[in-house]
Design a protein around this ligand. Structure first.
Ligand code: AGP
Length: 500
């Protein structure tokens, strides 16, 4: 294009595409829509574009591949966005554009075509989202609102599915593939960030209850590593937004190799949800804060229900334990609510350590992924360096970091690893590290060792992460607040990473 005399003012591929389309239109003397179609057949990579036709300024042309595009259907008006949230105040009727589709949009007409210029029928989805769900509702920040919504969002996630009295879990999307999951040689959890941490918790739960080999993969590694995928493998894609590019491509690749794809997704109608064979929505409602909080606990609730259902059907989970765990899960929303009744102690601890240059988060077993999540939350909200580790790993190097300036957070709720965690705490104490511990009521051993404690209710160790993560979320929030940072929109971060 440069050789043809086109001048570029930026390094963005958007500018290149625009000039490419213009060049095609000139050479072929064709309407803009046709030029766009020709261009899109020849470019490589993910895109979402909207063009205004200079000749027909009442016409928009939009298209997508790999990145999300939603069209709101108004009265003599249309709206385009990458997510339904900004549209909801204008209309509840939306069309999710699919990959390789082009939308020609006039105020009173929406035409969808594929790249072969064949008309496609727009499928109109009615949103069940309320405007209030994307407003702060009296909280100072979306992140705080979403942390405090968790008793309700976990309850919403269980509602209509878990019946602890009847001893049933109803999940039609999973039931359709229950036999394949039971027969699977392995389950691969594919996700990024916080959702990847949910996958780690699920690994322990599925292996414990279903006795199926589980692997947890970073989507960005999984998609490029040319992984061995056998027909019948089950991939569980975990994603709040349902638009994370790496996760989406990872499951598309796996699907082509014959794997069964189950989606555990929050945003209804999102790309990952639509790319999955089946799955279960987390029903946490719109999560606006960049840091994922309520989506994480909802992911854990869904994954726990799937594992309970499959383990019981497979026979690796006996009836009594199954009923007991159903009751434990049913009680989680109230237990989360009890933690949120008084957060002053957590706020005080966060403020006490807000100037520490770095922090370590340690846990074992089901609480090891919570340590990782606590470190991620602190990093992304307060910009303090933090690392999560299996507590036993300290001896393999990281303990060299420990001195009186280093806060070490132990996720130390009572479980089958508790005694080991206590001895790890003693190792830190002996080196004058500052110990902050998430514990259960009356844990005298931890109380004797820790400088500060955050107390959560007891629960079966399988359910503990849904409780022990709450102080971690609040710790990050109050630390970011104390440092005067934008806790809803931290620097350098996007809510949904729709590009590589
Ligand atoms: C979590 O607080 C982060 N915002 C980020 O790690 C996030 O979990 C990750 O980008 C995955 O997003 P997804 O769940 O929408 O796929």
């Amino acid at each position: 294009l440069i050789k043809k005399g086109y001048v570029f003012h930026s390094d963005t591929d958007t500018e290149v595409l625009l000039n490419f389309i213009e060049d095609i239109q000139k050479n072929n003397n064709c309407p803009l829509e046709e030029a766009v179609r020709i261009a899109l057949k020849r470019i490589v990579g993910a895109y979402v574009i909207v063009l205004i036709d200079n000749e027909n300024p009442e016409t928009l042309i939009a298209a997508r591949k790999g990145s999300p595009l939603v069209i709101g259907i108004g009265k003599n008006e249309h709206f385009l966005a990458s997510d339904a949230s900004p549209i909801i105040e204008y209309t509840k009727e939306v069309v999710y554009v699919n990959d390789y589709e082009i939308a020609i949009i006039k105020p009173d007409e929406l035409i969808l075509k594929n790249l072969g210029n064949e008309r496609q029928t727009p499928f109109i989805t009615k949103l069940d989202m309320e405007l209030a769900a994307i407003e702060k509702g009296g909280y100072d920040h979306f992140m705080l609102k979403e942390i405090f919504e968790q008793p309700q969002t976990i309850f919403d996630c269980l509602r209509g599915r878990l019946d602890a009295d009847a001893g049933t879990i109803t999940m039609s999307g999973i039931e359709k593939y229950a036999d394949e999951i039971i027969a699977a040689n392995r389950i691969v959890m594919v996700a990024c960030g916080t959702s990847w941490h949910a996958g780690l918790v699920a690994e322990y739960i599925f292996e414990e209850l279903c006795r199926i080999n589980v692997e947890v993969e970073y989507a960005s590694e999984f998609r490029y590593r040319n992984p061995v995928i056998n027909k019948g493998d089950v991939i569980i894609a975990i994603s709040q937004s349902g638009e994370t590019a790496d996760t989406l491509v990872a499951i598309e690749n796996a699907k082509q190799k014959g794997a069964i794809i189950l989606g555990v997704v929050n945003v209804v109608g999102s790309s990952i949800a639509r790319a999955s064979h089946a799955g279960a929505y987390t029903h946490a409602g719109p999560e606006i804060g960049v840091a994922s909080t309520k989506a994480f606990t909802a992911q854990l609730a869904v994954l726990t229900m799937i594992a309970l259902k499959i383990g019981y059907k497979k026979g690796t989970l006996n009836h009594d334990r199954y009923l007991q765990l159903l009751k434990e899960l049913d009680a989680i929303p109230d237990k989360v609510a009890s933690i949120l009744q008084s957060t002053e102690a957590i706020q005080a601890i966060a403020e006490k350590y807000k100037d520490a240059p770095s922090s370590l988060f340690l846990g074992r077993g089901y609480n090891f992924p919570v340590a990782l999540e606590g470190a991620l939350k602190l990093k992304e909200i307060s910009y303090i360096h933090a690392e999560g580790y299996p507590a036993a790993e300290m001896k393999h190097g990281p303990i060299a970091l420990v001195d009186e300036s280093l806060p070490v957070v132990f996720i130390a709720t009572r479980d089958s690893f508790h005694e080991k965690v206590i001895s790890n705490m003693q190792e830190i104490k002996a080196r004058k590290g500052k110990i902050i511990a998430v514990i259960n009521e009356g844990d005298e051993q931890s109380l004797s060792l820790a400088d500060d404690v955050m107390v959560v209710p007891e629960a079966d160790e399988i359910m503990a992460p849904m409780l022990s993560v709450i102080p971690m979320q609040l710790w990050a929030y109050y630390t970011g607040l104390a440092k005067g940072l934008d806790v809803d929109k931290p620097r350098n971060l996007a809510k949904s990473v729709t590009v590589e």
